[in-house]
Design a protein around this ligand. Structure first.
Ligand code: FAD
Ligand code: SF4
Length: 522
């Protein structure tokens, strides 16, 4: 383990600024590092136990963060920057606050400099720690986003609901991305309609496999550490292949642009057994750790469109995810504040079923999506929204339990992005701040978008009896339970007409089946 020690380390009064770099701030251009004077300032990084345990966390997520942090530490060392690195094996700090307090007391810097963290909890802890130690704290805004939090607040203030499409268009206009003067390129703001293709009966065929990054010595060291320190953590490690350095992240970006971006758009909602990545980019973890900047990712996609004449549907679909959804959910997270995390608009109180931890279920779609999470710490958007998320929503699982699971189990999870997606988009816990109505569907949606139902003992058309698809049973039950809340929503009229066609006797059988399912899963 390489450790670059500050010449003045341990001598009180010799450190001017202590520059805190968190596990998801691994960029040499991080705002906190701006103006660093290696002669007087010290970079501070810490592997606190709490960051690995505050929610049950997938082993691959632990390895990704710790390995990427250690690689970044070594990179700063190569650049001649002084780093004080509090490693899990040596310091074993229970919390970031404990580690920081120890060094603030020992070094007595004039000031702590921090780039805004990705989580309210961390922000509050670090503010309180500096205050308790009597050290000034300077929080710098994160430059790894295209829209600032103030921009978003200004945009959101007069609005009752925060419609993604409006925000996305305003950013495209402001940034001149995919614009032809004042008009969108191709005269359309959204090409979503072209982007809902399925693979049909033949399946996806040969999809170019994503570039993989076998663990190097540092990653292997961290894998052993994680196995030893967190043996009970969920998930498997044998297939760990995520990018952990900036060079690897850039290679992953090139690989996506060259090989999968051309078909990304049309197939972004499709799912297929045994094909976890399909045409998706696998870039979220690198983006969220700040190994990549969203601007360079968008520029790479736009460049490829011009040079290789790639289809606009794929480019717009991809830009929409990064410039639209990613920026938007971050704005929601910081604008809504910590109280957002406790919302439960649908008053859902079921526990999270055990199958989320072991993937043991006959339901083929759930087994596939959950096993993939245990294997890779990954699911693409539709698997997260319309399989694992949908099932929890229909079952009535307490949103905070769903949130904790998503935060711990996906390698790319950081609260600013995970929480609005889970609590808002997926579970409707925010009562419609983010999505005007819940994303609900029966098993028919999964059958249309995948081949999962072909290998399932259940039938998506059946709602009761031994062949009943749990999604279909719970879907009708959900509609019946929430009729008074959503019955008048203009975009759901068809769903209510279909519910009415079920008739009272069938509906009562469905509701009984849903209750039985709930009981058996709790
Ligand atoms: P691609 O499909 O290739 O998309 C390209 C990029 O767009 C992604 O890398 C990501 O940076 C961005 N993106 C796409 N959709 C979204 C979105 N809805 N919100 C924000 N960014 C988006 N994404 C995370 O990065 N971290 C999370 O913890 C996370 N939790 C989620 C929880 C739920 C319940 C849902 C429904 C979605 C969640 N997402 C999360 C969004 C999305 O599912 C992932 O970003 C995406 O699946 C990552 O895989 P990819 O890099 O292959 O993405
Ligand atoms: Fe999933 Fe139902 Fe299809 Fe089975 S039948 S794969 S449970 S949607």
């Amino acid at each position: 383990m390489t450790l670059t020690l500050h010449p003045n380390e341990g001598i009180p009064g010799q450190t001017r600024h202590l520059i805190v770099i968190l596990g998801d701030q691994l960029d040499q251009g991080s705002p906190a590092l701006g103006g660093l004077d290696p002669g007087q300032d010290l970079v501070w990084m810490c592997e606190a136990v709490e960051e690995s345990t505050h929610v049950p966390t997938h082993k691959a997520r632990l390895v990704l963060f710790l390995s990427a942090m250690r690689h970044f530490r070594d990179r700063l060392g190569e650049l001649g920057l002084p780093v004080r690195y509090r490693a899990l094996e040596t310091q074993s700090d229970p919390t970031l606050a404990a580690g920081l307090t120890a060094d603030l007391m020992a070094l007595r810097p004039n000031r702590v400099i921090l780039t805004r963290p990705g989580e309210h909890r961390v922000m509050e802890d670090l503010v309180a720690t500096c205050k308790a130690c009597g050290v000034e704290l300077e929080v710098r805004e994160d430059s790894h986003f295209i829209s600032s939090i103030d921009d978003f607040r200004r945009w959101a203030k007069p609005r009752k609901t925060l419609v993604l499409e409006h925000f996305y268009r305003s950013l495209r206009r402001r940034e001149g991305i995919l614009m032809d003067g004042k008009k969108p390129v191709g005269e359309l703001w959204s090409l979503d309609r072209q982007n809902r293709k399925t693979f049909g009966r033949k399946g996806p065929g040969l999809v170019p496999a994503p570039l993989c990054f076998p663990p190097d010595a540092t990653t292997q060291e961290v894998m052993e550490l994680v196995q030893a320190r967190f043996p009970g953590a969920p998930g498997r490690l044998d297939g760990f292949d995520w990018p952990v350095t900036r060079d690897q992240a850039l290679a992953a970006l090139d690989d996506f642009i060259d090989n999968r971006l051309p078909s990304f758009g049309p197939y972004q909602d499709a799912m297929w057994t045994g094909a976890p990545y399909l045409y998706h980019s696998r870039l979220s973890a690198a983006l969220n750790l700040k190994l990549l900047n969203p601007r360079e990712v968008i520029e790479a996609a736009l460049g490829a469109m011009v040079q290789r004449e790639l289809p606009l549907a794929s480019i717009e679909g991809f830009v929409r995810q990064i410039l639209g959804w990613r920026e938007y959910v971050r704005g929601v997270y910081w604008t809504e504040g910590p109280e957002y995390l406790s919302r439960n608009a649908l008053e859902a109180h079921q526990p999270l079923p055990r199958l989320y931890w072991d993937a043991q279920t006959p339901a083929a779609c759930l087994a596939a999506a959950l096993d993939q999470v245990l294997e890779h710490g990954y699911g693409h958007h539709i698997q997260r929204l319309m399989v694992t998320g949908l099932f929890a929503l229909l079952l009535g699982v307490k949103p905070q339990a769903v949130h904790a699971w998503y935060l711990g189990m996906y390698v790319d999870a950081v609260e600013w992005v995970e929480a609005p997606n889970t609590l808002g988009m997926s579970q409707y816990a925010d009562g419609g701040r983010l999505a005007s109505k819940p994303y609900v569907a029966s098993g028919a949606y999964i059958r249309r978008m995948s081949n999962y139902c072909d290998h399932c003992p259940y039938d998506p058309k059946v709602a009761t009896g031994p062949r009943a698809c749990p999604f279909t049973t719970l879907y009708w039950d959900f509609l019946a339970r929430h009729r008074s809340r959503f019955g008048r929503h203009p975009r759901t009229a068809l769903q209510w007409r279909q519910l009415d066609r079920l008739g009272a006797t069938d509906l009562s059988a469905v509701r009984q089946a849903a209750d039985d399912l709930r009981r058996s899963l709790s």
